[in-house]
Design a protein around this ligand. Structure first.
Ligand code: FDA
Length: 325
């Protein structure tokens, strides 16, 4: 249930002038240009963070628009090399045309993943709403089949199907399966997803356990203490932790620029003190860095998709001590 407070904040924000939305979103978005993202990564590197870079933008209307994202992500790969950044890529499959023409979209994603592979970089396919869950998983499987193993997907704890997806991917990819697990930002219908806070946390935690048990690489993307604490306890149960080579007998090969079988991930601008604490304890911590000219559309769309973010934004600004960047 989304409360009246969240809804009213959203309603207010989307009527505000653009400069105000920019002011609110600058905490969460690096800026319009790649150089803004590079500057932020250089600063946060000093806090022991590594990164995943997202070029803002999502579903496109014509397949030609996908070329913009392909070119921009190629620039991102060059910038990572040039500035020697500890970073990888996060892409949205629909920005490459997955919902317009699956074959052409796949070819464009393949081109990017191949270029990333030549630079020893990993590509994460962000998970969008339930219309593209199966197609996104299929892209990962098809790329692995042609030898591009530097790619993995995100799974969303709130979806009923996720444990089955992990089992399926375990069968298809074995220990090469490499996930980001999050609660899921899209408010999905109750026929296919958990809708209460506790059910979503329990399901997300069950997915973390299953991924670890399957020998997969597990990126825990949450700012929520019950999820993070559960993950830490589960890791300990598998004898995993900071600076310990992955001890699981069924684990995949250790990849460059990855943690020992797991890492924690957080969004730019959210719960910095918690992230720094995890990094200080030796956990690999990755910050998700969105940038791009489409920051306005991105900010508004995120709010409309999930109005509970309205409360979190308001809390972050009105009570900054609860959630510093
Ligand atoms: P929860 O929402 O309960 O947040 C816990 C606390 O963190 C809040 O009380 C608040 O203090 C703080 N907080 C969280 N989000 C905040 C925000 N935006 N602003 C201010 N404070 C905030 N989803 C998806 O569907 N597909 C995807 O590919 C991804 N990718 C992704 C990558 C990374 C690195 C992260 C961290 C998250 C995602 N997500 C995502 C989003 C994810 O599914 C989820 O919606 C958010 O992380 C919020 O859930 P939490 O687990 O953080 O808990």
């Amino acid at each position: 249930m989304v409360g009246w407070f969240s809804k009213s904040i959203v309603a207010m924000t989307i009527r505000m002038p653009k400069w105000f939305v920019r002011w609110v979103s600058r905490r969460y978005v690096a800026g319009p240009k790649l150089e803004n993202a590079v500057q932020i990564m250089k600063r946060l590197s000093k806090e022991g963070a590594c990164f995943t870079i997202d070029v803002l933008g999502e579903e496109i209307l014509t397949i030609e628009e996908a070329d913009f994202f392909l070119r921009e992500y190629m620039n991102v790969i060059s910038a990572i090399s040039e500035h020697k950044l500890d970073a990888n890529l996060s892409i949205k499959p629909t920005a490459f045309g997955l919902l317009i023409d699956e074959k052409i979209g796949m070819k464009k994603i393949e081109k990017l993943v191949r270029m990333a592979s030549e630079h020893d970089l990993f590509v994460r396919l962000d998970m969008e709403d339930h219309r593209v869950t199966t197609a996104t998983i299929q892209v990962v499987l098809d790329l692995h089949k042609i030898g591009l193993t530097n790619v993995g997907t995100v799974l969303q704890g709130r979806l009923f199907r996720t444990l089955d997806d992990i089992n399926y991917l375990e069968t298809e990819l074995g220990p090469a399966a490499d996930y980001r697990i999050c609660k899921g930002i899209y408010l999905e219908p109750e026929e296919i997803a958990y809708t209460s806070y506790q059910d979503i946390v329990d399901s997300t935690n069950a997915c973390i356990d299953r991924m670890l048990e399957a020998g997969s690489y597990c990126s825990i993307a949450s700012h929520d203490i019950p999820v993070i604490e559960h993950a830490k306890a589960a890791l300990e149960g598998f004898g995993m932790g900071p600076n310990i080579p992955d001890p699981r007998s069924n684990s995949g090969p250790q990849r460059d620029a990855k943690g020992p079988g797991y890492e924690f991930q957080m969004l730019l601008g959210v719960r910095g003190p918690l992230r720094r604490k995890l990094a200080k304890a030796g956990h690999r911590t990755r910050v998700y860095i969105p940038y791009g000219e489409k920051w306005y559309e991105y900010s508004i769309r995120r709010l409309q998709e999930n109005p509970t973010l309205g409360t979190q934004y308001a809390k972050a600004f009105l009570m900054p001590w609860t959630n510093r960047p």
